[in-house]
Design a protein around this ligand. Structure first.
Ligand SMILES: *Cc1c(COP(=O)(O)O)cnc(C)c1O
Length: 953
């Protein structure tokens, strides 16, 4: 007898990803006056663009099935042992860091630490990172990460341009000993700015006065270690600045750049515990002199004090968001690599200075032994001095050697037809050194490891041996047992609010679920252990993953081609504008350099336009928050001859679907321009309308917003761009891709190892699930807006009274009536256990709320109830019942420490810390009171202060 089992549909994931249950959805719709989700989204999406999305995707897979499918794809990658080096090295991610940090939602679901009171944990981890970098490079100021070594080098180039004394020069010298991918990105970045990159041998540099700056690599890409002192002195004399790309591990043994007068040190922190991941994500670092700190790209963590005078960390003002300065910004970087910087910083915390030296010395000794054995075999390394990398002149045998190596699952570096390279790393063993010898032995007797180990001497140059101490701060000398490290990580995580504790209603940032099933594959060895420059046949799994993902993203956006290379939204914007620029140039329209940008745009847009060599013309918005179409038309026509592009965010940063978007796109096209649609708000559109179908020529997506990559506390991100077919030839290239030039990132697929997150999300949701997610994002936002509108005016709505996937509360009238500011409300929300919404963007004095589809009705209600309670408190201030200065809003957030001892406020302790009864059950306690921004900027401290500073305070 056969038994029939009722199977039902296997996909449980859509319901797991989406917060509200069916019954909640029905009630919420009813409250808004709609009888179905389709009726709601039909009413929100303007008629002119409705139906532009045909999300023709296969049905969603269940979680287990999706993981199995991806596992089969991953299995097509072949993780060989790679000795390729070139800026990427094998390393061990310490297991307690893997488990308690990288795989821990308390760390990976956090947002960029703009709200310092709820971010002290990750701010401390980042301060440790800055201290690590500053100590190792010998330069006093280091930032909290950049995107990769190559883009950090490009930032250094423009940094030198701004600051060098030699103002007349437009030429930047780059050593031919720099990594090839770094030189490629430098060339891309230099071209639109009119900078000439001169690649040459520094030993032959005799016209120093020709340059405003120079980039050197230390140790060189081929392994050599040069003494740059005389050269740097000469360049300085000629008015140029010098940046040195340095290997952090080598710096534990070598004189740091700061001690030989370099102005900037930069590089990657990858080998401090971060998997290769086929090229990323990894944290880059950037350090400089104290005098230049205000010009530094990226974010800088600094020490300040809180309301009680106690030390508290925060992002230092001048650098906190360079792009806020719009087209005058020095860099467009926004999302950086915080999670990866924190892994690197904890790697140093766990190993300590002695442990790092041990790792570096072991690598160097093995390399010296390898070199001695190869010499015995008649193969002398080209370098007299080296750290971990050898270049070997293998002549006619080269191709055979590569073949023989690959047969043993080993990759050597391909330099040219006559030479190859070998870089050892933390994971290399003596047995592997012997296996390398065997490759080159050709019938000769194998060298004896022990004998060579006994006699091999250091091959570091004696004149450049490191004398100065580093990482002497207690934080790098205490947490060396696993128990201590585990508790340190727990202690820091407990100081912070991330998505694992409560909703983060940050408008424009889309803080949605980062599902565990999406996250699991990123630590699979098949994805993690691949060097970015392995031969294509070893990365077939990645080839399939990226091809499929490109197709899925084309389906989601209506574009014809996608590049996954940009490793943040800002980089996507840049790649998109370069594609537009190259397209105009290909048609002989080299004069097109005007970029129209509405006043409401995100700061990265104008910052990017100026990096791409364009001139920004700002267009106005009307009183309803829409682009002022008449003004736009007038400016497009005025600049008709030179119009390059419009950058517009859709739905707008004001949280509405503008009716006029098609007309706006047509005006730009009619005047010869291209339309860049900033896709940061794609979470309102997937499955409902498609930018590639209603007028966009190119868009970036933030995979760390709409497509579930976690924010990581401020990175990693991925910012792929989709383009219409006519722009496809101008997508970013790479030595490892079909188009060779125009790289915007160090690795061909940017942050490849986190792409599985987005693949999993799209494959599990399927077309239907994705559309439902957009509808729920809209429902949740409108539900909040409807519940709050009688308490706080909603600044902008569409003609139908509805918002898109986010809403803006106008707090400006309250400031007039009560003196309470957005800041006060944001800080008071902390007492209720919430992260603040986005403050004063895009309109000063407002809060922008984006709940996302992942939040349940209960969580939305909890948030709304908190906001209503806060409104009641504001009323009490208005009526005089609460003092204008001494009230729970102005004094927020309240710490546990201030509850003990004398209580001198005109309101009670209960109201301060338990304003609602539900908090008795679960309460978040901020570790510090409100942080003083002005003090921190006046007294900038951006490395770990001596422990006494905390004790004194
Ligand atoms: C987040 C955001 C960006 C920048 O993206 P990053 O990934 O942080 O570089 C650009 N535009 C808008 C509208 C955004 O919300």
């Amino acid at each position: 007898m056969t038994r029939s089992i009722p199977l039902g549909t296997a996909n449980e994931f859509i319901g797991r990803h989406i917060g509200p249950r069916e019954a909640d959805i029905a009630r919420m719709l009813e409250r808004l006056g709609f009888d179905s989700l389709d009726a709601l989204s039909d009413s929100v999406i303007p008629a002119s663009i409705k139906g532009t999305s045909v999300l023709d995707l296969p049905a969603g897979l269940g979680e287990a099935e999706a993981l199995d499918t991806l596992k089969a794809i991953a299995a097509r990658n072949q993780p060989f042992t790679s000795y390729i080096g070139q800026g990427y090295y094998g390393c061990h991610t310490p297991s307690p860091i893997l488990r308690n940090l990288l795989e821990n939602p308390a760390w990976y679901t956090a947002y960029t630490p703009y709200q310092p009171e709820i971010s002290q944990g990750r701010l401390e981890a980042l301060l440790n990172f800055q201290t690590l970098i500053s100590d190792l490079t010998g330069l006093p100021v280091a930032n909290a990460s950049l995107l990769d070594e190559a883009t950090a080098a490009a930032e250094a180039m423009t940094f030198c341009k701004r600051l060098a004394k030699n103002k007349a020069s437009n030429a930047f010298f780059a050593s031919r000993h720099c990594h090839a991918q770094t030189l490629a990105v430098l060339r891309t970045r230099a071209e639109p700015l009119g900078i000439e990159v001169v690649v040459g041998d520094e030993s032959a540099l005799d016209d120093a006065s020709r340059y405003f700056g120079a980039l050197l690599q230390y140790p060189a890409t081929d392994g050599d270690i040069q003494d740059h002192r005389a050269l740097i002195a000469r360049l300085h004399e000629a008015g140029a600045l010098v940046a040195v790309a340095a290997d952090l591990l080598a710096l534990t043994l070598l004189t740091p750049p700061g001690e030989f007068d370099a102005d900037v040190a930069l590089g990657t922190a990858q080998r401090f515990g971060v998997p290769l991941g086929f090229g990323g994500p990894h944290a880059a670092y950037f350090a400089t002199r104290d005098a230049y700190k205000r010009d530094m790209p990226g974010r800088l963590v600094g020490l300040s004090i809180d309301r009680h005078g106690k030390p508290a960390l925060r992002l230092a003002m001048q650098t906190r968001e360079q792009h806020i300065r719009r087209e005058k910004a020095t860099s467009n970087i926004c999302t950086a690599q915080v999670l990866l910087a924190n892994i690197a910083s904890m790697f140093a915390v766990y190993h300590g200075p002695a442990g790092l030296v041990r790792i570096a010395e072991r690598i160097h000794r093995l390399t010296a032994i390898l070199a001695a054995g190869l010499a015995q075999l008649g193969l002398k390394a080209e370098q007299a001095h080296f750290f971990d990398t050898l270049t070997l002149a293998t002549g006619a045998r080269t191709a055979t050697l590569h073949e023989r190596a690959r047969a043993q699952r080993i990759n050597l570096r391909e330099i040219d037809g006559e030479r190859l390279g070998i870089s050892l790393d933390e994971t290399t063993t003596p047995a592997q050194v012997e296996a390398l010898w065997a490759l080159f032995a050709d019938g000769q007797a194998a060298p004896a490891f022990d004998a060579l180990a006994a006699s091999a001497e250091s091959r570091l140059p004696a004149a450049l041996s490191r004398e100065s101490a580093f990482l002497t701060h207690p934080v790098f000398n205490r947490y060396h047992s696993e128990t201590e490290l585990m508790r340190y990580l727990r202690k820091l995580a407990d100081k912070d609010l991330a998505l694992d504790r409560s909703m983060i209603p940050l408008g424009s940032c889309t803080m949605k679920l980062n599902a565990a099933s999406e996250m699991i594959p990123i630590t699979w060895r098949e994805f993690g252990a691949l060097h970015p420059f392995v031969p294509a046949e070893q990365s077939q799994g990645y080839a399939q993953l990226t091809e499929e993902l490109e197709a899925l993203l084309c389906a989601c956006t209506g574009y014809d081609a996608v590049s996954l290379q940009p490793n943040a939204g800002s980089q996507g914007e840049y790649a998109g504008l370069l594609a537009i620029r190259a397209y105009h140039h290909s048609r002989g329209d080299t004069q097109r350099d005007i970029c129209l940008i509405p006043a409401s745009a995100h700061g990265t847009n104008p910052a990017t336009a100026s990096m791409a060599g364009m001139r920004v013309v700002v267009t106005a918005c009307d009183s309803r928050g829409n682009v002022d179409i008449d003004d736009l038309r007038a400016k497009a026509e005025e600049h008709k001859e030179r119009l390059a592009a419009l950058m517009i965010t859709y739905p707008s940063t004001h949280g509405v679907f503008e009716e006029g978007i098609r007309e706006i796109c047509a005006i730009v096209h009619d005047n010869g321009g291209q339309v860049y649609i900033d896709g940061a708000n794609m979470n309102a559109m997937v499955g409902l309308c498609a930018p590639g179908k209603f007028g966009g020529d190119v868009s970036h997506l933030n995979l760390h917003k709409t497509f579930c990559i976690p924010h990581g506390g401020g990175g990693p991100g991925v910012g792929p761009i989709g383009v219409k077919a006519h722009l496809a030839p101008f997508l970013p290239g790479h030595a490892g891709l079909e188009r060779k030039d125009g790289a915007v990132c160090a690795a061909p697929y940017g942050s490849a190892s986190i792409l599985p997150i987005t693949w999993m999300y799209i494959r599990m949701m399927g077309g239907e699930g994705l559309k439902r997610a957009s509808q729920l994002a809209i429902l949740n936002a409108n539900y909040i807006a409807r519940r709050l509108e009688e308490h706080y005016p909603i600044l902008y709505t569409g003609g139908n009274g509805l918002v898109a996937h986010e809403c803006i509360l106008d707090l400006r009238p309250l400031k007039d009536s009560s003196g309470i500011t957005v800041d006060d409300v944001a800080k008071r929300l902390i007492d209720f256990g919430f992260h603040a919404p986005t403050m004063s963007f895009p309109v000063a004095g407002t809060l922008m709320i984006e709940p996302t589809e992942s939040e349940s009705r209960e969580e939305l209600d909890r948030f709304v109830d908190a906001m209503i309670r806060i409104r009641e408190e504001i009323r009490a201030v208005e009526s005089g019942e609460l003092d204008k200065q001494d009230n729970p809003l102005k004094n927020a957030p309240h710490t546990a420490a201030e509850l003990v001892g004398e209580w001198r406020h005109g309101y009670g302790r209960e109201q301060a810390v338990y304003p609602t009864a539900s908090l008795l059950e679960a309460k978040y306690w901020p570790p510090v009171g409100r942080v003083d921004n002005v003090y921190g900027d006046r007294n900038l401290v951006c490395a770990c202060p001596p422990i006494e500073a905390y004790q004194d305070a």
